[in-house]
Design a binder for this molecule. Structure first.
Ligand code: AMP
Length: 173
């Protein structure tokens, strides 16, 4: 059965970040961390067990409007990731009985993860080079979130909008 985690980040105790017209602001794409994005997005990670069927995964992907699920043990140990791309690839090899197969058969087992303290630019590079669009966030061995390349691009666009507004206000006075 699907289950979900909601981890708590150490940084949730921290004060919210403030913006200022400093060199840091101008370089915010270089210094923004995954943690900052998770504070907005939340820590819920939809997961399944590796014995769950591809049929269940397909249903959950559709119901939640997402592109990937983390595969974890009952104890929360990360075992893999399954994305719509894995299902499409498997379909190309033949669709007979595919919905009844366990997701462990087609998931990616070598999962690349990141930490909440990683800079977004570093994680974007990892995803671009690895050619995947999802990355689980792990802190002290526990899953604390999952971010997508889309989340990061959206976050950066909002930051750029905010910075441009700040600049305009500074010029106009
Ligand atoms: P995606 O672009 O995320 O839909 O995934 C493309 C392929 O990369 C699929 O085979 C996924 O199982 C795999 N994949 C997705 N995320 C990761 C990750 N963080 N680490 C390793 N492989 C991944």
């Amino acid at each position: 059965m699907p289950f979900s985690y909601q981890g708590k980040l150490a940084s949730e105790e921290k004060k919210p970040a403030t913006y200022s017209q400093s060199a840091d602001t101008n370089l915010s794409n270089a210094v923004s961390t995954v943690d900052k994005l998770l504070q907005q997005k939340g820590n819920i990670v939809l997961s399944m067990g590796q014995d769950d069927t591809i049929g269940h995964a397909v249903q959950l992907l559709k119901d939640k409007g997402i592109g990937a699920l983390v595969v974890a043990s009952d104890e929360g140990e990360l075992q893999g990731i399954i994305s719509e791309r894995d299902i499409v690839r498997r379909l190309a090899d033949g669709s007979d009985g595919i919905l009844d197969l366990p997701i462990g058969e087609i998931m990616t087992k070598d999962v690349v993860t990141c930490s909440p303290d990683d800079s977004m630019i570093k994680v974007l590079q990892i995803m671009t080079e690895g050619r995947f669009r999802h990355i689980p966030v792990v802190q002290n061995g526990m899953l604390v979130g999952l971010v997508t390349i889309g989340d990061m691009v959206n976050f950066r666009l909002k930051e750029l909008e905010y910075e441009s507004l700040q600049m305009k206000q500074m010029i106009v006075g």
